[in-house]
Design a protein around this ligand. Structure first.
Ligand code: SF4
Length: 395
């Protein structure tokens, strides 16, 4: 990683969760490293993390930072400790960088005290939910196997009624009725939704394909795309469709699920250890971990500590099997964890390759933009960018 790379930061303030979702890539797939970590991040480790962020801002002239509070379940730290963390981050970075905050939660533990803290620091909230009760509660259960839907819906209602901005993170559920799921979110007052592809690899996707056919994700997403395209009001945002439209129009992807864009974030665990792309936990035990910690190393030293991660952060080469694909510039191999196999590492097209092709074909049909149109637009945008760059005065 370049010394001057601008970074965002995922800070895992809790390494445990009150839920035990069966597909969770942190607790129920390949990685087991959470077992040895402190349940909650200490104040000392949090301060050390912000100090590394401060040093990186100074080194890289970064003047804006976004901190994503993550877990496990971040609300396990309690609203008072969370408010202290936000305040402390602002204080330590005062005069160096403007700080924004997000929190990714399962929403089951939100209370009036939490809403006050979230509002005080302008925290954007992501809530995980997979649909109505009968869909969500198949996988998103607590440690005694009880469904989480009703508690999440209570949390969402609190957020909506208090005017706290939030979005839903929803994992595609092959076999479920996608429009029922989508309209459930709209009925709950959600206006911003992210649909995530399930975090399987080439080594683990077999049973899903056997049960749900060759394009389970496209079968799920295309009806939602059409509903969004034809029926949604302007205030309904679906991150993946917005990015799909953007890359088809020749722009760059702002999501990791396609586009193979360089990663510009790092993750810090409750013990201060530094990790890269969190979802690589679904590939192999320990794959997301770097051999460094905020207690001993600056973020600018990631490249020396782990050449493997430096390559990942810059964007891995296109998989061999994608080189002659019509969507090689837009899909670009898909989401990194979905490319992985023990036999070939990341040199595979995504497990959701057929889904991607179907989704791109469908969106192109609706938008009336061919692959040749996209390539023309990319070249034109590139020319405009170059002209703008050459017109800038030399420093
Ligand atoms: S659609 Fe398939 S072959 Fe094409 S770039 Fe994406 S993963 Fe690769």
């Amino acid at each position: 990683m370049q010394l001057d790379s601008k970074l965002n930061h995922i800070i895992k303030i809790a390494a445990r969760c009150n839920l035990n979702c069966s597909y969770c890539y942190v607790y129920n797939q390949a990685d087991t490293s959470w077992r040895d970590r402190p349940a909650l991040m200490s104040r000392e480790t949090f301060v050390a993390t912000i100090e590394r962020i401060r040093r990186h801002c100074l080194l890289s002239s970064q003047t804006q930072v976004h901190i994503f509070f993550h877990g496990g379940e971040p609300t396990l730290v309690g609203a008072d400790r969370f408010a202290w963390m936000c305040g402390r981050a602002r204080e330590q970075l005062d005069g160096i960088a403007e700080v924004g905050f997000s929190m990714q939660t399962n929403g089951t533990r939100l209370t009036a005290a939490w809403l006050a803290a979230l509002r005080e620091f302008g925290v954007q909230v992501g809530v995980s939910l997979d649909g109505p009760k009968d869909v969500n509660d198949i996988y998103r259960v607590d440690h005694r196997g009880r469904g989480s839907h009703d508690a999440v819906a209570r949390g969402i209602t609190l957020l909506a009624e208090s005017g706290t901005p939030f979005h839903i993170l929803s994992v595609v559920q092959p076999g479920a009725d996608p429009l029922r799921v989508h309209h459930h979110y709209l009925d709950l007052g959600c206006r911003s939704i992210c649909y995530l592809l399930p975090a399987y690899t080439h080594d683990t996707v077999g049973p899903i394909r056997k049960r749900f056919g060759p394009t389970p994700c496209a079968d799920y997403l295309i009806p939602i795309f059409d509903d969004w395209w034809f029926n949604s009001s302007i205030d309904v945002s679906i991150r993946e469709f917005w990015n799909l439209s953007r890359v088809i129009m020749g722009g760059t992807s702002q999501t990791e699920i396609f586009g193979n864009r360089p990663l510009r974030f790092v993750c810090v665990e409750t013990d201060g250890s530094i990790h890269g792309l969190d979802k690589l936990r679904s590939c192999e035990d320990g794959m997301s971990a770097l051999p460094i910690s905020v207690h001993d190393t600056d973020f600018s030293e990631i490249a020396e500590a782990s050449p493997f991660y430096a390559r990942i952060m810059e964007g891995l080469p296109l998989p061999t099997g994608c080189r002659s694909c019509r969507e090689r510039d837009t899909c670009a191999g898909g989401h990194l964890p979905n490319r992985y196999s023990r036999a070939r590492g990341f040199d595979n097209p995504s497990i959701w390759c057929a889904d991607m092709l179907a989704l791109f074909d469908h969106a192109r049909f609706r938008m009336g933009v061919t692959v040749a149109d996209t390539r023309r637009r990319r070249r034109a945008l590139e020319r405009i960018r170059n002209r703008e760059l050459s017109a800038q005065p030399a420093l």
